[in-house]
Ligand binder design. Structure first.
Ligand code: ZN
Length: 407
């Protein structure tokens, strides 16, 4: 494994969209396009045949000896959130190419192997994630993209058009599930567990899916001086109780891997001298155990109804998103486990609490996700760091896994 080439290539990609506070290659931006073109050029240099599909996913293909055989896929993404890091997504793209180069040096495989750079994985721009893999797996189509907007009000439909893609052809990017043998992604953990336990590899068993709630609390705006304490309907007091309820209830379900967060709170009128009349909150509940998520949400709904009655502030709950956790393929996990044992690498079986392209690919193919440690679990930040040794370990595991799947 050519560690210098790997680290150097990660460094080259970090120059695209490099800013003072981090790396910014937003979904469908010029920076993302340049990064994808750079990756395409590297794939060509390596001897792969390269194409861009209808949503701009880059696909580099290594032929196998059986041209009618199903394909083994690996890949990740090159877009970032604002002020992101060097490794999220990049490790899976550069690592995938390094793995394929290693396989080429060993001689022909039976099955073809493809490296995919998925378009627009991050949700930062549109609040809508993994667009390239959603398109590839038929989980979205252009007709709904009028409703998806970025912060400047541009619709996803318009942005896709402006980036030179043809909306009428988007469906052409959908892959046939009968044509895919397996999908495996290499990615930084983005959490602290592997580093904490000094394990080199995480073998992901399931990917958490978010349930998102919008909670609206109706109190009564009133003068903060002249309204007696026992006559107030303070929406923010009710909101504070809900924040604590989310914390308490999620803690009770934490042993099943469920987490809960209040990430948004809007207070109206948000004035120092007015008792808050209305509060809007955004709650994100995630986990990998569907039953635990359902229990958490039910417990939260019960707590909220008690708060609403006790505080005399009507509260409504809107479910914005509710997705089931995605279970990954057992036999691929076993293959990765065997590879780790062969290579003498310590590993953890673990869930992924963040979403990845793998969760979409799992809907059309047996799918696996391999994690490597990242320092202090920091991701989506300029501080994001994965050690060369850990990156190389991850690529070795990916290489041997792809070899077993395609040989
Ligand atoms: Zn990522």
């Amino acid at each position: 494994m050519d560690t210098n080439w790997i680290i150097n290539t990660i460094g080259q990609l970090a120059n695209i969209g490099d800013g003072e506070r981090g790396i910014t290659r937003l979904a469908f931006s010029d920076e993302e396009r340049r990064a994808k073109e750079y990756a395409a050029e590297l794939m060509r240099q390596a001897g792969l045949s390269v194409r861009f599909d209808a949503i701009g996913n880059v696909i580099g293909r290594l032929e196998g000896t059986d041209s009618t055989a199903k394909v083994v896929l690996t890949g990740s993404h090159l877009d970032t959130p604002p002020d992101g890091g060097k490794y999220d997504g990049v490790v899976g793209v550069v690592g995938g190419l390094a793995a394929i180069k290693e396989l080429m040096a060993r001689g022909p495989l039976t099955l073809p192997v493809e490296l995919v750079v998925f378009t627009a994985e991050e949700s930062s721009r549109f609040g809508y994630a993994t667009i390239g893999s959603k398109v590839m797996t038929g989980l979205t189509n252009a007709s709904s993209w009028n409703r998806v907007k970025d912060q400047t009000g541009l619709t996803l439909k318009q942005i896709v058009k402006d980036s030179g893609l043809n909306l009428a052809e988007i469906k052409g990017a959908v892959r046939n599930r009968d044509a895919i043998q397996a999908f495996v992604e290499l990615h930084i953990e983005g959490g602290p567990y592997l580093e904490r336990y000094r394990h080199s590899i995480g073998i992901v068993e399931a990917i958490a899916a978010p349930t998102r709630l919008r909670i609206l609390i109706e109190g009564q705006a009133a003068h903060s001086g002249s309204t007696p304490m026992d006559e107030r309907k303070d929406a923010l007091v009710s909101a504070a109780m809900i924040v604590l309820a989310v914390q308490d209830i999620a803690m009770e379900h934490a042993h099943q891997g469920t987490v809960g967060t209040v990430g948004i709170m809007r207070v109206y009128p948000n004035a120092m001298n007015v008792v808050p009349g209305r509060v809007e909150m955004g709650v994100d509940i995630r986990g990998v155990d569907h039953a635990s998520i359902i229990d958490t949400i039910q417990d939260l709904k019960d707590a909220i109804s008690t708060i609403a009655d006790g505080q005399d502030t009507p509260i409504s709950i809107d479910v914005l998103a509710s997705e089931k956790p995605v279970k990954l393929d057992d036999s691929i996990a076993l293959t990765v486990e065997g590879v780790c044992n062969d290579l003498g690498l310590k590993y953890s079986r673990m869930p992924s609490r963040a979403g990845h392209d793998t969760m979409n690919m799992a809907k059309i193919a047996p799918a696996g996700l391999i994690f490597i440690p990242c320092h202090k679990g920091i991701s989506h930040n300029i501080e994001e760091y994965a050690a060369p040794e850990d990156i190389v370990n991850g690529i070795n595991v990916l290489t041997e896994t792809l070899y077993k799947l395609a040989k």
